[in-house]
Design a protein around this ligand. Structure first.
Ligand code: NAP
Length: 318
């Protein structure tokens, strides 16, 4: 994989593909998850993204399955110090929201499942407007001071609330966030580009886009709606089947074919051409899906190809 990048002003060095762990305990069983993690490590990857709530949406799961599998793998391989573990708080069914007591309790539960003494990057997963933001910022700072988390990240916050977090952190002397995790990919650009991108530049936030493959849509395996039948991510990937969505796929296909790489590789490489992007987050259900993602951390697109993709995706509504 390509070179590692430093996360903000921390000493955390992370690889250019962040491996999403929401498949673990959902579409990948424990053994397959271990295989994916082993293959990712062997290829030089060190950056893992999970959340305490993964994968509570699956029948029979209660949340925490992904962290548990990750923790068992870290213990089995003895690799805790060689990897960067990012997890998130606010959505676990037993630990909803971002009140001070909840953040403290949820972090302990995550540490237990991860079989770890610290979390490298701890994200506020979704904003909690019922809790005063000062309380949440203070709870994260308590975790930093206790050595339980090394850095703070934000996901799914509006630009206004991100600004507010920074203002409170500066005023109270708390650690500033170093990472932003927005929903961002070739068929979903506005949320990040209209507001957060500029803010990320101003505040020097490292950006890790999630749904980097639009839930598999940009992998190019669904060419017609019917192809989605039976797919676990059909609901999410299916919403991009507009005329402009199909044109994005055609352009990806043309570039991938010419460069003799796979479509997901080009989709991830495009994200890396965008400002402030440190590492796209994508998940692999199997080891067979992984090489195309790893290649996306290395491929340097020409300005002409990047511009062609940007132009065709300008027509998308989201
Ligand atoms: P994604 O990365 O856009 O899509 C990944 C899915 O695409 C895989 O699970 C696989 O699904 C398919 N795929 C991957 N490589 C492929 C290949 N080479 N060929 C064909 N299909 C391929 O979506 P995601 O996994 O949902 O999101 C990535 C990560 O972002 C998550 O694991 C999570 O860590 C993070 N995330 C964060 C938030 C947040 O609120 N902060 C929200 C969502 C996700 P199938 O094989 O099942 O089709």
């Amino acid at each position: 994989m390509g070179p590692r990048n430093t996360l903000g002003n921390t000493d955390i060095e992370a690889s250019g593909l962040c491996l999403g762990a929401n498949t673990f305990g959902w579409t990948s069983d424990r053994d397959t998850s271990f295989e994916v993690l082993d293959a990712y490590r062997a290829a030089g990857g060190n950056f893992l993204d999970t959340a305490d709530s993964y994968s509570a949406w699956v029948d029979g799961n209660s949340g925490g399955e992904s962290e548990t599998i990750l923790g068992e793998w870290l213990a089995a391989r003895g690799t805790r110090d060689d990897v960067v573990v990012a997890t998130k708080v606010s959505q676990h069914p037993e630990f909803k929201g971002l009140s001070g007591t909840n953040v403290a309790a949820a972090a302990e539960a995550s540490l237990r499942r991860l079989q770890a003494e610290h979390i490298d990057l701890y994200y506020a997963h979704f904003d909690d407007e019922q809790t005063p933001l000062e309380e949440t910022v203070g709870a994260f700072e308590d975790l930093v001071r206790a050595g339980k988390i090394r850095a703070v990240g934000l996901s799914n916050y509006t630009p206004e609330r991100i600004r507010e977090w920074f203002e409170i952190a500066r005023r109270t002397g708390a650690s500033l966030p170093v990472a932003l995790q927005p929903h961002y990919n070739l068929v979903h650009r506005r949320d990040f580009e209209a507001g957060k991108s500029e803010l990320a530049r101003q505040e020097r936030l490292a950006v890790m886009p999630y749904f980097a493959l639009a839930s598999g849509f940009l992998a190019g395996k669904y060419r017609r709606r019917e192809d989605l039948e039976g797919a676990a991510r059909a609901g999410m990937a299916g919403k991009y089947f507009s005329e402009s969505g199909v044109r994005v796929l055609e352009t990806l296909d043309e570039i991938a074919h010419r460069l003799e790489v796979e479509m997901p590789t080009v989709a991830l490489a495009w994200l890396r051409t965008r400002p402030q992007i440190l590492a796209p987050i994508a998940s692999a259900r199997t080891t067979e899906q992984l090489p195309a993602l790893l290649a996306g951390a290395q491929l340097e697109l020409s300005a002409q190809d990047a511009d062609a993709l940007t132009a065709v995706s300008d027509d998308m509504e989201n």
